[in-house]
Design a protein around this ligand. Structure first.
Ligand SMILES: [Zn+2]
Length: 213
């Protein structure tokens, strides 16, 4: 499975496209584009590789991860999929825009399909497993692709750090436990692609991350 990252918006959130190859299928994870030029870049990428978008997945419903979710859903006629426990954050999306002085108008965001622990999706012939990793937000999800050996961790686990827990619904103890239970139990050579900053591996985080046991 191919993975392509687009750093977008003032938060430098990483929008991911997972894709099988030219003319194949694709999934977008966390379409956080806020500028028209950022949306164009993602659409042009999909077009230039002749990709059929199959899913719009969210790791969580903070504004920097979802700013273009509704726009993508309309354009590609797809449901928006994510963790039910984050719906309260989705309802507050206009407030999030105000709070962070984003300068764009957004409607409350509703999920069309709930994903939870143990759910699986497919892209090409590969399985994507849904992991619930609450604590940064109540409904935070990670997406694990065993065959290609990587996990999209959203804002739960970062290289040398973990997600902030001071935003509404955040909880430090819950986050650390969820990371230990759900992510640190993956094979050590699993690549970790977070929602911000550089990639890492589970093994490196087990050794060097000061927040992990
Ligand atoms: Zn976040």
């Amino acid at each position: 499975m191919n993975l392509t990252r687009f750093p977008v918006n003032p938060f430098v959130e990483l929008t991911y496209i997972l894709w099988t190859g030219d003319g194949g299928d694709a999934i977008v994870v966390d379409p956080g584009m806020m500028a028209a030029a950022e949306r164009d870049e993602v659409v042009q990428f999909l077009d230039s590789h002749r990709l059929t978008l199959r899913h719009i997945l969210l790791t969580h419903l903070h504004i920097d991860h979802v700013a273009s979710a509704a726009w993508m859903a309309q354009r590609y006629n797809l449901p928006i999929e994510g963790g039910q426990a984050d719906e309260a954050l989705g309802a507050l999306l206009p407030k999030q825009a105000e709070h962070f002085r984003i300068g764009i108008e957004l409607n409350p965001l509703k999920l069309d399909r709930y994903l939870s622990q143990g759910d699986t999706l497919t892209l090409g012939d590969e399985e994507i497993r849904v992991l619930e990793v609450p604590g940064h937000s109540p409904g935070s999800l990670a997406y694990y692709v065993p065959t290609s050996n990587f996990v999209l961790s959203g804002d739960t686990l970062f290289s040398g750090s973990i997600g902030r827990t001071d935003l509404p619904g955040g909880d430090f103890g819950i986050l650390v436990k969820a990371i230990n239970d759900k992510l640190m139990t993956l094979p050590a050579d699993t690549m970790v692609y977070p929602g911000h900053n550089r990639e890492t591996t589970i093994g490196d985080e087990l050794r060097y991350n000061p927040f992990i046991n």
